[in-house]
Design a protein around this ligand. Structure first.
Ligand SMILES: CC(C)C(=O)C(=O)O
Length: 437
């Protein structure tokens, strides 16, 4: 009896080699249900902007990174293939302005290909600080000018649509007149009506803005909402005849920011904004690292990502924000296996090819492609194979009595032992044996 048919058929796994030899590739043994209803590919080439040094440092738990850390981060953002970077809000403090200038100079001195951007409100003084960055930094920057747009935001500020349009028009006009490329950012776009967005977007494009940034400021959107908003905005831009681009900025309050970013891209967004480790206001933004990981695995992103883990480590260090233990890819536990059944299968696979199969067995992410590696641990859920492998991979003797002793000891504990603790038990066992002999 055949099962229900799928809308499109993923490739069947290759037959298992009869002699147990390794298959052509780990992927050839994987039946990929994702292919049955694959997300539509982005309809056009897309860009990415790293917002860690703008929205990321707005996280209440973040430390303002030193200039040295900011410069190192620029290098890593370039290394993972992201094309643009927000240098911060030069209007927010003299230090923010000085750092933006220093980063602009660094980009030029190091010949990085990153396009720098800065942010400010639709306030003339904020535009002037962006112009200071250009003048003192010696290179153009894209200016992201933002204003609260939804009815709720208007109510909180005592604004109306007429005020929003006038403030936006005058800030954009000044920036464009001075030669800046302008991105117009409507805060709370995902809760603003077409009756607000339509005139504001037309005003912005009419005054020379060339990017419209759709903000899911409070993480309200679902993928369906993100798609609808992007498509609606693209239609609006098309109706003006102006060559405008759509950009997506999403927050993670409901845990949907990654899905929303992918949905926005599939619906035609030209650029996605994201922050390393997903840091940012409240629970943060789309995580750049997790976004890149998924774009790569979807086949939508070509760039080598072997330095992705270095990038997240630097974000964590620079902003003094620990990486959650279970964060995809970079978390301490992302590639650790203590459980006996899992470890035993990984160890068997490790013995049979160059390690590529082991990378896929209990992970959907080939660790080594992203600068990480699988680790087998010993703990209360382990079996003998964990212990034997743990000892042998450190060049230690792995005789049966020692393995049994270590396993019994590990099973009596409430948590996985640290390496030094295991080594102490190994030493004590050898000592006992010597003195007994
Ligand atoms: C200023 C804008 C881009 C913002 O951070 C938001 O709306 O979330």
């Amino acid at each position: 009896m055949s099962g229900p048919s799928t809308p499109s058929s993923p490739r069947a796994p290759a037959p298992l080699p009869p002699d147990g030899s390794p298959p052509a590739s780990p992927e050839s043994l994987i039946y990929d249900w994702n292919q049955a209803e694959a997300a539509p590919r982005p309809p056009q080439p897309f860009g990415l902007i790293d917002e860690t040094l703008r929205d990321g440092i707005q996280s209440p738990s973040a430390t303002h990174p030193s200039l040295e850390d900011k410069l190192e981060l620029l290098e890593l953002i370039q290394a993972i293939g992201v094309d643009s970077v927000n240098l911060g809000m030069p209007c927010s403090s003299p230090r923010a302005l000085a750092d933006a200038v220093a980063m602009s100079r660094h980009i030029q001195a190091r010949r990085l290909t990153l396009t720098p951007a800065v942010a400010g409100r639709t306030v003339l003084g904020d535009v002037e600080r962006a112009l200071d960055v250009v003048q003192q930094g010696g290179m153009p920057v894209v200016l992201y000018v933002f204003i609260g747009a939804s009815t709720l935001r208007q109510w909180a500020e005592g604004w109306n649509l007429d005020f929003l349009a006038k403030a936006s028009a005058s800030a954009i006009s000044l920036a464009v007149r001075e030669g800046l490329e302008v991105a117009f950012v409507t805060e709370d776009t995902s809760r603003a009506s077409p009756e607000i967005l339509d005139p504001l977007f037309r005003t912005a494009l009419g005054h020379g803005a060339r990017r419209l940034v759709l903000c899911d400021t409070v993480g309200h959107a679902t993928p369906a909402g993100a798609r609808a908003l992007v498509r609606w905005t693209r239609r609006l831009i098309a109706s003006t005849g102006v060559p405008g681009q759509v950009e997506w900025h999403g927050h993670n309050d409901r845990g949907l920011s990654l899905d929303n970013a992918l949905a926005a891209l599939s619906a035609g967004a030209d650029r996605l904004q994201a922050c390393g480790l997903g840091v940012g206001e409240r629970v943060g933004n789309t995580a750049m690292d997790v976004l890149l990981l998924n774009l790569k695995l979807l086949g939508w992103y070509e760039h080598d990502l072997s330095r992705l883990a270095d990038y997240t480590r630097k974000v964590s260090e620079a902003l003094c924000i620990p990486i959650p233990f279970n964060h995809p890819l970079s978390g301490r536990d992302a590639f650790r296996t203590g459980t006996g059944v899992h470890a035993s299968a990984i160890i068997k696979a490790l013995g049979r090819d160059d390690g590529r199969l082991a990378d896929h067995l209990y992970s959907s992410i080939p660790a080594r492609e992203f600068g990480r590696e699988q680790r087998i641990e010993v703990g209360f859920m382990s079996g003998l194979s964990n212990v034997r492998f743990w000892l042998e991979s450190r060049g230690l003797p792995s005789n049966e009595p020692l393995c049994q002793e270590l396993l019994a000891w590990a099973k009596g504990r409430d948590s996985l032992p640290r390496e030094e603790e295991i080594l102490q038990v190994v030493d004590a066992s050898h000592y006992r044996k010597q003195t007994a002999g």
